[in-house]
Design a protein around this ligand. Structure first.
Ligand SMILES: Cc1cc2nc3c(=O)[nH]c(=O)nc-3n(C[C@H](O)[C@H](O)[C@H](O)COP(=O)(O)O)c2cc1C
Length: 196
């Protein structure tokens, strides 16, 4: 895998993702997002990648969720992709920044209407007494926004992970895997091979 060391890691990531899109049975953009709370305690959950370019890796969520609260205080995150069909993993680490309101509005507008209503109805990560309560809240939102576009809720937006390290991992025989890590050095990237 040494041939990838002269590549731009974002372009390489986009290539691996495009391959995963042809081979994964579902959710090739699913990634595990790790955050940390103020006491240093980590938590992880899956989210969907909704954009990647030289500016970073973007995803969307409820800002008052557990992850939203953690990212509001501890502005670093890690991402991990695992494409089982390709036996590949990519790890990303870096600082986070909020996406712009315009970006969040554009992405929210592209979502299915029921998903938009769900974003209003869900107090993500807070206790919920029953599924019936959630469904009743979705119905309330349907009535509230009947006959007009659903605006983006004020507590719903996105973040971008600004990568300072991106590691590409490829399965090898007998666990002798390939690992190449790219680390940002100013505007360029340095690379290193790691023991598997
Ligand atoms: C494949 C998959 C994709 C998901 N995508 C998102 C997403 O893009 N945004 C989101 O807020 N939650 C997403 N979820 C739900 C999260 O994993 C999680 O349950 C939720 O965001 C609450 O996390 P928190 O309590 O740690 O904030 C996804 C779950 C799965 C399994």
């Amino acid at each position: 895998m040494d041939d990838i060391r002269n590549r731009d890691p974002i372009a390489l990531f986009q290539e691996w993702l495009a391959e995963a899109e042809t081979s994964e049975p579902n959710d090739p953009t699913a990634m595990c997002l790790a955050t940390v709370d103020a006491a240093g305690s980590p938590s992880a959950r899956m989210v969907l990648l909704k954009g990647v370019d030289s500016g970073g890796f973007a995803f969307y969520t409820n800002l008052e969720s557990r992850k939203g609260n953690e990212l509001a205080h501890e502005k670093f995150a890690a991402l991990c992709f695992h494409w089982k069909s390709l036996r590949r993993q990519v790890r990303v680490e870096g600082a986070i920044e909020p996406v712009s309101d315009a970006e969040a509005d554009a992405y929210f507008a592209s979502r299915a209407r029921v998903s938009q209503l769900g974003a209003w109805a869900s107090d993500q990560s807070r206790p919920l007494d029953s599924r019936a309560t959630l469904e009743a809240r979705v119905s309330e939102m349907e009535a509230r926004f009947a006959g007009r576009p659903v605006p983006r809720p004020p507590n719903w937006s996105g973040f971008r992970v600004l990568p300072r390290a991106i590691e590409f991992w490829k399965d090898g025989p007998f666990r002798l895997h390939d690992r190449i890590v790219f680390r940002r050095a100013g505007s360029a990237w340095s690379t290193e091979r790691l023991y598997p």
